[in-house]
Design a binder for this molecule. Sequence first.
Ligand code: FUC
Length: 799
Amino acid sequence: MMNNRAIAAAWLVVVTSAAMANEPIRTYEIWEPEQAPNRGADFKKVVSRGTPYDQDWEQWSYPIGNGYVGANLFGRTDTERIQITEKTLHNKGCYNNGGATNFAELYLDFNHTGVTDYRRSLNLNEAIAHVSYTSGGVAHSRQYFASYPDNVLVVRLDADRKGALSLTIRPQIPYLDKKDRTGEIIANDNLLTLKGTIPFFKCNYEGQIKVINSGGSLSSNTQKGTITVNGADSLTILIVTGTNYQLGQRIFAEPPDKKLDSRLDPHEAVSSRIAAAERMGFETLKKRHLADYQNLFDRVSVNLDSKPSSKPTHVLLEDYKKGTQDPWLEELMFQYGRYLLIASSREKSLPANLQGVWTQFDHTPWSGGYWHNINVQMNYWGAMSANLPECFEAYLAYFQAYLPRARKYAEDYVRKANPKQLGNYGGDNGWIIGTGANAYHVGGASIGHSGPGTGGFTSKLLMDYYLYTMDRKYLEAVAYPAMLSLSKFYSKALIPHGELLLVEPSSSPENTATKNQLNGMPGHMLPKGYYITAGCTFDQGFVWENFNDTLALAKALGKNDPFLDVIRKQMPKLDPIQVGTSGQIKEYREEQAYSDIGDPNHRHISHLCGLYPGTLINSQHPDWMKAAAKTLDLRGDKTTGWALAHRMNCRARLGQGDQAHAVYSRFIRERTVPNLWTLHPPFQIDGNFGTMAGVVEMLLQSHDGSIAILPALPKAWRNGSFSGLVARGNFIASASWKDSKVMSLDILSRSGGTCRLRHAGIESARIKNSDGKMIKASSPGQGEIAFETSADATYHIAW
Ligand code: FUC
């Protein structure tokens, strides 16, 4: 798999320059001419929804990360603040079952005054943050990056005058006053060690900070736990973190105090990692970081006919809010999404959580969890199409680890909801995951605010990972067994209602009803207003999706499991989509007119999951497409961050480019802050990732059998180009367009097979392979062509 990817990456360089002919390589950076505020060099706490929160951290600091560890940088010249998060460090969290927490604060006391020529930036092409300024006649510069291959945070300080670097390096273990962790700081020579335990999970943690000076001298203060540097020419600070967390089924099976092996001490691993980094030295670490990062980041370019802007990012954003819809910011946000995904989700690390890999909190909002009724799935919606499938591997490992627990939940569920079925299919009850989960816990499908559609929501990612990579080994070993097994669970969760089979109990995620609305309705209300009934569109739809996908995978593998016949018999009885009297897709079967039940403007649009990320509502059902558009109109766009991202993708699937763009634009205006993180509020990373997926969805779609080129192009993006975006079937597409007409299109077939393209007027196009040989195509439908491809061959389509 890696080899193919490496080849594809090399090929992409060629395509990039071909598709973007005459274009200089673009540099994407966010930058400010001012330091990030950090009121009082200690974060000011503002109470938000009962959780203390630090606005300066959230809106102005710059995030770097390597999947394992994240850091937020303030770029200050008095006292620099580097806030560090280690993804496996959890305390009790807000729900008493685990939550991400701040690992360390690192302060660099410079006390530089009279600062001029200040600039701080985060370069997305390199994943390196920079700070530069002049103080006392000395030009200072800093670089910061988080290396994935060496799992180390690197800070480099330089000055243009020898001996000009003097500062004190002062780490802090945060929230010791909350008494939910123990910790001490040991200063020894050029090494600072932070170590302690979070008793709730017996989670042992250690951080090491090594200070390597060139010139000058160092002295450590054991009492204060600091290192002071005097008169150095340059300085490299290496930061390595670790805990005794081990991803595996034990984490999800055991009570909090037995999840981890308390005898394990991360000391050895942390020490050897920092020693290896020290041996390599700054230049080698940087080279290895760039090679790793750019292999991922450089695969995709998107040019929305923008002019690179030199405005500070907060000005760019302010101007956008005032009405200058600069496509540069729209493009920058897209690439920032890719940057953030690479920074927060890498193989062998945990998946990106609700805040990616960044938290300054003791108790992170919603525990920094993996919320499975939309949020964690949204984190990965764009991973495959934006050519970062490796980033999804973190979720795959997490999935494998929680699967045994999810099997137990399925059995419990069936025992309660449909006990007659327990013994069927050899006693195999499949698996199910409910909404709430984090690094230390997964929940089952409780009869609460979200129905068991959460399982199919999750398996859609498993399906898509296969369709985008065409990885047969994964299909055979992971995707097919997982989806077959989830189908078994679903088949047992269906209850006969006349001719139909309905999920019961069922609830449409987090929508709430009023007592009046429920007068005479068959379901019942939970104390918080959640309505429990049978056959919500969310649940029925995801059963349909998982059944449909299971059959498709069985066909791809030539499988003949007898259970497939059960799916074939049950599927026609699902009746998953119903259109109501307002012309809307119904959210509940018993609803007639729109919002008979539930909040008319609710943020969740769970009944449209069949449109996106599902495939049930597609162009072969124009009546459903129309009803979906009507539903979006009725629901409106006055909503929160990730909720806008879902609407954007739905509009794209409907081919409503201008509306999709309007939602994106609203998202940038209303939910984006100067460091380009986005708010629900507060900060959640799902909005950044969901809109990144939305941009691709506007330019390229591949969910209903053909690859649609520019399916939802808004007027605002009349001219432009992209390269390296991925379509299902493992086709890499690169295109350019002018006045909304495609000018060039290249398809790299990475796995061979039939390539079916859709675009108005494409029947008259000519197809050539890379040797210039004409390739014959058929026209299976209006605006469609199909032709056979060979693996690793490129096809040029011209009009
Ligand atoms: C879902 C949403 C909430 C929030 C939470 C993390 O439950 O309904 O709005 O985003 O996830």
